[in-house]
Design a protein around this ligand. Structure first.
Ligand SMILES: [Zn+2]
Length: 373
């Protein structure tokens, strides 16, 4: 089957609710949510191809990501016999060039011992296979994330599956919007992700992984992705957070086609509670934005943002509404061409109200109408 030419910009900007994965950032972004956080390394990051040391044996680099996200942070850890890499960037030329510049420059002479990926989203796993092939090393991931990546890289087809059309109709999309989404085909994930290794080393919640002189506990969160691995070094007071806690942007939490009846927002809120059991004085190393302290302040702000939107949405459901009727209540920004993202996030909030017993759903001609319970 012919594979469409890679077009990372399009792949990032036009994903539909049904075509996983959604982007990292939510449309419900709160621009001033950095209040109460401290940025010991300032508010800008290292240029691609350069490294900045942030603790003994831990360096920070950045890879370019098209669009508003701009970059992903990657971490280089001192490991026994060489270095370990955490997260890998999109499989696009600028990211590969940035890695090449690191290996020819500040990382020259280092042997990569393993590649660790926090979760399956393409800006994190995109170059994992490219790197493990290059160095002949293993990929370390949670099983759920590895399976998702394996599944999505092989699911490339000409037309979206019937379930996608049903999900778009259920959300209230017009026939025009459905046709436009269908015209994009299916399987954009593979266009920005190098082949995912057939084997992996499993990271499990609660495991301690020794990397060089440090011991990192795996702390799994869910809601943004199924089995997102954070790494916490309690002795060194460090947390590699991936997208599970971001300082400025709100992580995308969406209902996806793989599990239309799921409650990802419930999982996300439960994960926030779980992370609040971690010490407040960790230096958080996020996948986007800059390292910060103030973990609990940030977790509280994220939870409050979702609870506020849930309450506003509940009030809006005095009349029956479809997902598409809820965008104005949930998002300050115009939805524009992010219809899929907006729909996934609206569905996540509607489903959570439904699961909590605050809303009920009636299905009429395949369209989901929600109102207050
Ligand atoms: Zn992500």
């Amino acid at each position: 089957m012919p594979r469409r030419a890679p077009n990372p910009t399009r792949a990032l900007s036009t994903r539909s609710a049904a075509d996983a994965p959604a982007p990292d950032a939510s449309l419900a972004d709160v621009p001033h949510s950095h209040r109460g956080l401290t940025y010991p390394f300032g508010r800008s990051g290292p240029e691609p191809g350069t490294l900045r040391e942030i603790a003994p044996g831990i360096s920070w680099s950045r890879l370019p990501v098209p669009g508003a996200l701009n970059h992903i942070n990657v971490w280089v850890l001192g490991d026994e016999g060489g270095i370990a890499l955490v997260d890998t960037g999109l499989n696009i030329p600028p990211s590969r060039d940035a890695w090449d510049a690191l290996f020819a420059g500040p990382l020259a002479g280092n042997t990569v011992m393993r590649v660790i990926v926090t979760h399956f989203h393409p800006d994190h796993i995109g170059l994992a296979g490219w790197l493990t092939d290059r160095f002949g090393v293993r990929l370390w991931m949670s099983r759920g994330e590895w399976l998702f990546a394996r599944m999505l890289t092989t699911d490339v087809r000409e037309a979206p599956p019937a379930e996608a059309f049903a999900a778009w109709r259920a959300a209230g999309w017009t026939e025009e919007q459905i046709s436009a989404a269908a015209a994009k085909g299916w399987g954009q994930f593979a266009s920005v992700v190098s082949p995912v290794p057939v084997s992996h080393v499993r990271l499990q919640d609660g495991d301690t992984v020794r990397i060089g002189a440090r011991g990192w506990q795996v702390v799994v969160g869910s809601g943004h992705s199924p089995e997102h691995a954070c790494l916490v070094d309690f002795d060194g007071k460090l947390m590699i957070a991936g997208d599970q806690v971001l300082p400025r942007i709100t992580s995308n939490v969406s209902v996806n086609l793989s599990e239309p009846e799921a409650d990802p927002l419930g999982e996300w809120l439960a994960s926030i509670e779980k992370l609040k059991a971690l010490p407040d004085d960790l230096l958080v190393l996020p996948a986007h934005g800059e390292p910060f302290t103030g973990l609990h302040v940030r977790l509280d702000a994220l939870a409050q943002g979702h609870h506020g939107r849930l309450d506003a949405l509940h009030a809006h459901l005095a009349e029956p509404r479809r997902a598409v009727d809820c965008f104005g209540v949930l998002f300050a920004r115009a939805v524009g061409d992010h219809l899929g993202l907006a729909t996934g996030e609206a569905m996540a909030h509607l489903r959570h109200l439904e699961i909590e017993g605050r809303a009920v759903r009636k299905v009429r001609d395949g369209v989901y109408w929600y109102r207050q319970a």
